[in-house]
Design a protein around this ligand. Structure first.
Ligand SMILES: Cc1cc2nc3c(=O)[nH]c(=O)nc-3n(C[C@H](O)[C@H](O)[C@H](O)COP(=O)(O)OP(=O)(O)OC[C@H]3O[C@@H](n4cnc5c(N)ncnc54)[C@H](O)[C@@H]3O)c2cc1C
Length: 320
């Protein structure tokens, strides 16, 4: 297999999910290359090589400055055609979902998405994809090459394997039609601490908080733990907290080491977005809340009493 892994960059860093996919690819095959597409990204090549890429291909051009999909599709289509990659893997994100779909259309290739694992079975690549609200895992394959796959965010942890990659600049030829879309504005959301995709600790708030102002309780706990704040759809729909923090079927999938759910009932649509978390702690006043069925530690009680005390305790232990 000749595998190409698309490594997205954000604010001058390779994205963690992409490095995780690269680490997984390195375990599947020896001929693993990574491609960086952007403007001023060449400096990231050495770091990317440490996560298992024997070769790092660098498409570094001002035409790739904005995070728009079509110019990236041009670069990847050319690499598949010229270098003969038979497999292209992406860590799922808003950008890569568009790039992978565009590449599938351009190459008339099969794209399997939302995969949570990849295995070689009798020398054949098999993707593992959750179905029926994540209650079963189905095997998926490809009828022909190239095989394209989007891996669910947070699936694979990046693992450094060392090694100095061969770094090659690749030519960037953007088609006329690919340059038609332009980025008019990029707004930066002001937030403190890590994003929920990257955070090792997440404190999630649900309708049990009672009112939007009470999100300060989960914010304080998340801050004390150096974590990020997440929300359920119920509170996002009610306008209590912004959509980018929603975890679940119609939100994000996260896998932190610790997930603390405060006033969250634990509906199946929420569970599918956080069930891969390392340790799940739930604080809920209803002992029959579904979240207790899949929590490692359950605290039955009023979050308004428990959460501030927990925050205080964490601060004391940390000496802050
Ligand atoms: C197609 C579809 C997609 C969906 N996608 C998502 C999704 O992506 N993410 C998502 O989260 N949901 C999603 N939902 C909604 C989901 O079904 C639930 O309605 C939602 O997750 C419930 O949110 P909640 O836990 O905040 O609220 P509730 O279900 O109202 O739960 C509130 C909990 O707080 C507890 N509580 C109340 N007061 C206190 C207190 N003082 N102290 C401690 N505990 C207290 C209650 O006992 C209760 O268990 C989706 C639904 C559909 C139909």
């Amino acid at each position: 297999m000749a595998i190409l892994v698309y490594v997205e960059d954000h604010e001058g860093e390779p994205v963690k999910g992409a490095l995780g996919v690269l680490s997984k690819a390195a375990k599947l095959g020896e001929d693993v290359a990574a491609v960086l597409c952007g403007s001023g990204v060449e400096g990231l090549a050495e770091e990317v090589g440490r996560y298992g890429a024997a070769r790092v291909l660098v498409a570094d051009d001002p035409a790739l400055e904005a995070p728009l999909p079509q110019p990236r599709v041009d670069v990847l289509a050319k690499l598949v055609e010229v270098d003969g990659f038979d497999t292209v893997l992406f860590g799922a994100s808003v950008l890569t979902a568009d790039v992978a779909a565009g590449l599938a259309a351009r190459l008339d290739a099969g794209l399997n998405w939302d995969l949570v694992d990849l295995e070689l079975e009798d020398g054949k690549l098999v993707g593992k994809r959750p179905a029926l609200q994540d209650s079963v895992i189905v095997d998926v394959g490809w009828k022909r090459e190239p095989r394209l796959a989007l891996i669910r965010s947070g699936t694979f942890e990046p693992a450094e394997s060392g090694g100095a990659p061969e770094v090659t600049r690749v030519p960037v030829e953007v088609q006329d039609w690919s340059a038609k879309a332009v980025m008019l504005e990029r707004a930066h959301e002001e937030s403190e601490g890590p994003s929920i995709e990257e955070a090792e600790v997440i404190v999630a708030g649900g309708r049990g908080l009672g009112k939007p102002e009470n999100f300060s309780l989960v914010e304080d706990l998340a801050k004390a733990l150096g974590g990020a704040v997440a929300a359920t759809r119920a509170v996002v729909d009610a306008g209590w907290y912004p959509y980018p923090t929603q975890v679940g079927q119609t939100g994000k999938t996260v896998a932190p080491k610790l997930y603390i759910a405060c006033g969250v009932s634990g509906a199946i649509q929420h569970k599918v977005g956080m069930q891969s978390s390392g340790t799940i702690v739930a604080i809920n006043k209803d002992p029959n809340a579904p979240i207790f069925e899949y929590s490692d530690l359950g605290v039955v009680g009023d979050l308004h009493e428990i959460v501030p005390k927990l925050t205080q305790l964490v601060k004391e232990r940390k000496g802050s």
